[in-house]
Design a protein around this ligand. Structure first.
Ligand code: PGA
Length: 250
């Protein structure tokens, strides 16, 4: 049984006041018996604050990206070991904004995925097609290539401690959500692809959906067989919206 996970990607939003209000609100509103795992991904400067507030609570946290190197002259970058040092359990790898705005290639993403494992972090591998790729019928080929780059470098065994987030680029921050049917079809494709290599890993891996998830569409998405939760951007920035999505797991 795969437990639903709701993950909040705060992107480059926040302040110490906002972290306190948002995280405080989320922690206060999460009932003990809500059947959902919850994680937040704050900007790196707020990890220490999140750790102090959330340690011992149901809320886990992670980094939004990591540099594949362990340490060194990489100004502005953050290593996996640093994220682990601040109690991160997870790290996003290959978010579409990293791919499109910061030029991360499939190969770069695979190196980051590997570095996450070395640091003891659980990578959340983000994949997804653009609007043009979907219209050209290339969705499965694009997603397969993004996953294959990681499999070639790290092997299927590395997927045993990882999550996948399917985030169609055209649905991120646009208000357009993939329909539950569209999302389910890609999630099933991803699971089948991984299951063909290792049935246990394919059956157990959690595949989150991301792209304009809100409280009004979360339950419908979570009801699909292969949708195991959500990676939430905009709606993760207020406690009420985020909690509404968490309630969709019930
Ligand atoms: P969104 O972002 O929920 O604002 O569409 C999702 C994401 O980028 O992870």
């Amino acid at each position: 049984m795969r437990r639903i996970m709701v993950a909040g990607n705060w992107k480059m939003h926040g302040s110490t006041d906002m972290v306190e209000t948002l995280l405080g609100g989320v922690m206060a509103g999460l009932g003990d018996d809500m059947p959902v795992d919850v994680a937040v991904f704050p900007p790196a400067p707020y990890l220490s604050q999140v750790q102090a507030l959330a340690a011992g609570s149901r809320v886990e946290w992670g980094g939004q990206t990591l540099n594949p190197n362990e340490q060194g002259a990489f100004t502005g970058e953050v290593s996996g070991a640093m994220l682990a040092d601040f109690g991160c359990r997870y790290v996003l790898v290959g978010h579409s904004e990293r791919r499109t705005l910061f030029g991360e290639t499939d190969t770069d993403v695979a190196a980051r995925f590997e570095a996450a494992g070395r640091a003891g972090l659980t990578p959340v591998l983000c994949v997804g097609e653009t609007q043009a790729q979907r219209e050209a019928g290339e969705t499965e080929a694009v997603v397969a290539a993004q996953i294959d780059a990681v499999l070639e470098r790290c092997g299927i065994a590395a997927m045993a401690d990882a999550l996948v987030a399917y985030e169609p680029v055209w649905a991120i921050g646009t208000g357009l959500t993939a329909s539950p049917e569209q999302a389910q079809a890609v999630h099933a494709f991803i699971r089948d692809k991984l299951s063909a290599l290792d049935a246990t890993i394919g059956g157990q891996i959690r595949i989150l959906y991301g792209g304009s998830v809100k409280s009004s569409n979360a339950a419908d998405l979570f009801a699909r067989d292969d949708i195991d939760g959500a990676l939430v951007g905009g709606a993760s920035l207020t406690a009420e919206d985020f909690l509404g999505i968490c309630r969709g797991a019930s």
